[in-house]
Each structure stands twice: as structure tokens, then as C-alpha cells.
Ligand binder design. Structure first.
Ligand SMILES: CC(C)(COP(=O)(O)OP(=O)(O)OC[C@H]1O[C@@H](n2cnc3c(N)ncnc32)[C@H](O)[C@@H]1OP(=O)(O)O)[C@@H](O)C(=O)NCCC(=O)NCCS
Length: 265
């Protein structure tokens, strides 16, 4: 971590160039999460572990006893994180791990990491613009009934069943799980506390790719306001699902899809 801090330098950020993929050009054209992240969030994604991505010693230690598969996903996701951080002007450094597994970002940065079969990604932002972010990706496949019962409230199960009849190409049960994981990843850096699957009630919009996670436990204060819910976006493409939550510091942030016309500082 010391190496990361020591190496962290700031350069002018250019959010317009925030979409940097560590995958090939053709895969970049079908990138997954760009459409669900506001322009102030930089990200990088990969669809496979091309070559063993180099790790800093602190990171090596975190996966020293891991199986090859875990090591590869960890290293590729860390490489994505460094690519995304570079877009914010942060020089390469180690990204450690906190006690609950959370990535330890350089000072002044917030962000999130995800990996699943066929996908790795990291999203980062300047902490003076974004209070917290959570991203999660999952294969677009059904959850077992047992898992759905463990993670979903009765009302969520009912809504998922209805959505499955309306739009059967999306595995809404898996998307619910994905959204809950994104909620947790946004929640944890704000609170330092766990959040159970029954502690947030998620509703997907019928009209677009928005979703709301209503907190059923007291939420954290963000910039003087009490957070009672998170809003997020989801996407389904190429056999993958992804969900993203970005908590802005101010009331407004650049809507997803407007990456070409970013607000200049
Ligand atoms: C932490 C958790 C969300 C990870 O999700 P996952 O789908 O298993 O795995 P993903 O690959 O998508 O994400 C893993 C990454 O999450 C990040 N992460 C782990 N713990 C985290 C935490 N406490 N806060 C924020 N991010 C965290 C890490 O970067 C990790 O990757 P890394 O170990 O390579 O650094 C999950 O294991 C968990 O603990 N879930 C229970 C809590 C929950 O989801 N509650 C629902 C609230 S409605």
C-alpha cells in the first residue's frame, strides 16, 4: 500500500477518454458497462485473462495461496483498475484489500471491482465527485430456487416472476442477485458494516434499465443527507448481466450514455 500511495501522482483527468478496455478492439466495441456508468466514472473491462497481469508485492501476497483461476481473475481485475485509475491521472500502484475484502483505493478515489466467468471490470471515480460506487457482473443464467429464496424478499420474488414472463431473455432472478451485490459494494465503503440480503428491497423499472434499492435498515449520511435508497442501472448483453450503483456527492451527475459530452471541470 505504501508503494501505491508513494507512486500516486495526479494529472488532469479527461473523462471523455474514460472508457479504456484491456480487451481487444473488437471486444471493446461490445463493452458491457459503459452504458450504465455516468461519465465521471472511469472504467476498464476484460473478457478473458489474456496474459498473467503483473501484481505488486502487496497484491501477490493476497493471492499467494490462491488457485490459478482466482489468481488470474484477481490480476486481470487489478490490471483493469490500474487502467481506469490512469484515466483519473493516478499512477500505477498496489490496490490492497481491507478486512471485509474491499479494495483499498489510493487516497481520494472511490471504486469497485467485479469478476465472473468471462468478465472482469473495475470502475473508479474521484471521491470529491462520487461518494461511493458498486459494480457487479454475473452470467445471464438462472439462480437455483434455493439461492433465490435465500437472497430475495417475498415481494422481490413476486416481481421477478412477473418480469420473467414479460421479458424472458433476462434472468431476472440472477439480475436481482447482481443488483444486491452492487448495493453491498456501494454500501460497505460508506458504512463499514455488513448488509444482509433482506436489508434492501430492489425494484426494477418496467420502462428502462434503472433500479431502486430501498434500504430497510438505517442508511448512512452522505453529504449531510440521509441515504434511504440507492439507484442503479443494469445491462444485459453477450450472455452477461451487470449492475452499477454510483452515489454522487452532489444532487446531479452526468447521466449514463452521455460519455461523449462530459462536463468539464
Ligand atoms: C463481497 C461480495 C459482494 C462480492 O461479490 P461476488 O459476486 O461474490 O464477487 P465479485 O467478483 O463480483 O466481486 C468481488 C470483488 O468485490 C470486492 N469486494 C469484496 N468485498 C467488498 C466489500 N466489503 N466492499 C466492497 N467491495 C468488496 C473485491 O474487490 C472483490 O474482488 P477482489 O477480491 O479480486 O479484490 C460478496 O461476496 C458478499 O459478501 N455478499 C454478501 C453481502 C451482500 O451482497 N449483501 C446484499 C445486500 S442487499
Amino acid at each position: 500500500m505504501a508503494a501505491a500511495r508513494a507512486g500516486a501522482q495526479r494529472y488532469p483527468a479527461d473523462p471523455a477518454r474514460a472508457f479504456v478496455s484491456v480487451c481487444t478492439a473488437s471486444e471493446a466495441a461490445t463493452g458491457l458497462i459503459e452504458s450504465i456508468l455516468p461519465a465521471e466514472v472511469a472504467f476498464a473491462e476484460a473478457f478473458h485473462d489474456a496474459a498473467p497481469a503483473p501484481l505488486f508485492p502487496v497484491e501477490e501476497a493476497l493471492v499467494a495461496r490462491a488457485v490459478d483461476r482466482r489468481r488470474a481473475e484477481f490480476a486481470t481485475a487489478r490490471a483493469c483498475a490500474r487502467r481506469a485509475l490512469a484515466e483519473l491521472g493516478v499512477a500505477p500502484g498496489a490496490i490492497g484489500r481491507g478486512k471485509r475484502g474491499e479494495p483499498k483505493w489510493p487516497a481520494g478515489i472511490v471504486g469497485s471491482i467485479t469478476h465472473c466467468d468471462g468478465y472482469r471490470a473495475a470502475a473508479v471515480a474521484l471521491g470529491n465527485a462520487v461518494a461511493s460506487a458498486g459494480i457487479d457482473a454475473e452470467p445471464n443464467g438462472s439462480l437455483s430456487r434455493r439461492v433465490l429464496e435465500a437472497i430475495a424478499l417475498p415481494a422481490e420474488r413476486d416481481r421477478v416472476a412477473i418480469l420473467a414472463t414479460v421479458s424472458p431473455t433476462v434472468h431476472w432472478d440472477r439480475l436481482l442477485f447482481c443488483a444486491k451485490e452492487a448495493v453491498f459494494k456501494a454500501w460497505f465503503p460508506l458504512t463499514g458494516c455488513d448488509l444482509g440480503f433482506a436489508d434492501a428491497n430492489i425494484a426494477f423499472s418496467a420502462d428502462d434499465t434503472a433500479f431502486t434499492a430501498r434500504l430497510l435498515v438505517p442508511g448512512p449520511q452522505v453529504c449531510g443527507r440521509l441515504l434511504s435508497s440507492f439507484t442503479g442501472r443494469w445491462v444485459c448483453a453477450g450472455g452477461l448481466l451487470a449492475a452499477a450503483i454510483v452515489v454522487p456527492r452532489r444532487d446531479t451527475h452526468t447521466p449514463p450514455g452521455s460519455r461523449q459530452q462530459p462536463e468539464r471541470p
